[in-house]
Ligand binder design. Sequence first.
Ligand SMILES: [Ca+2]
Length: 269
Amino acid sequence: MTTTMIRWFLPVSLALASVASAQAVAPPPAPVQPVPVEGISARIVARYPHDRTAFTQGLVWYDGALFESTGQPGVSDVRRVNLTDGKVLARARLPGQQFGEGLAVDGQQLVSLTWQDGIAHRWNPKTLKAVGSARYPGEGWGLASDSQSLILSDGTPTLRFLDPKTFKERRRVTVTANGRPVHNLNELEMIDGKLWGNIWHRDYIVRIDPATGAVDGLVDLAPLRAELGPLDPEAVLNGIAWDAAGKRLFVTGKWWPTLFEIALEPVAG
Ligand SMILES: [Ca+2]
């Protein structure tokens, strides 16, 4: 996978050449220093049942439990899930036709996005009762927290860092791999200071330096997808949750029958 997948990101020498030719009339841009992209493999540690009706948009581990947000109009929810059998222990429906999106932990509460409604909901994780909301411009796709800010993806290469209370934007970064913008960033997860993100309709996740937006790692999860057999074309990889206390990493996808615990290892060579 290493060569093929990393080649997909490979760059932009032509774009850089055209930038150079424009230097006669414009100040030179800051030099681009491509960051090497490490190939990472995923070893399957465990498989658990996953609700095949869950159009997974967000996945987090919090306080010893798995929480998931789902999309689609009229059926979107935020739910607490029993890891071992995949059963929904509790759920809160989103209002009306709101299309649920990413989910993150902020302090002792959960925060979930909506796709095009511009509304974020705040939840009590114990009761799954709504305890507040906030507005934001544009679309909402994935959400994660770095303990200071909420980090929002919207399908573009831009990540927005938001004040968790007001949802006011603090800063933004453009995610790039070898200098090339990375589109369709979706579900997110912070793990030990790095941000991990699904790429929508791709079988891999990327590791992002949240300070610069540079992708410095790539995990090929095609083998997980392959073992599930034929699925709906929209049943794509989407869902990363990190159990920091147990050092367990979970991934799943929209309408997937399985949630995987995986261990990441460098690709030899
Ligand atoms: Ca997540």
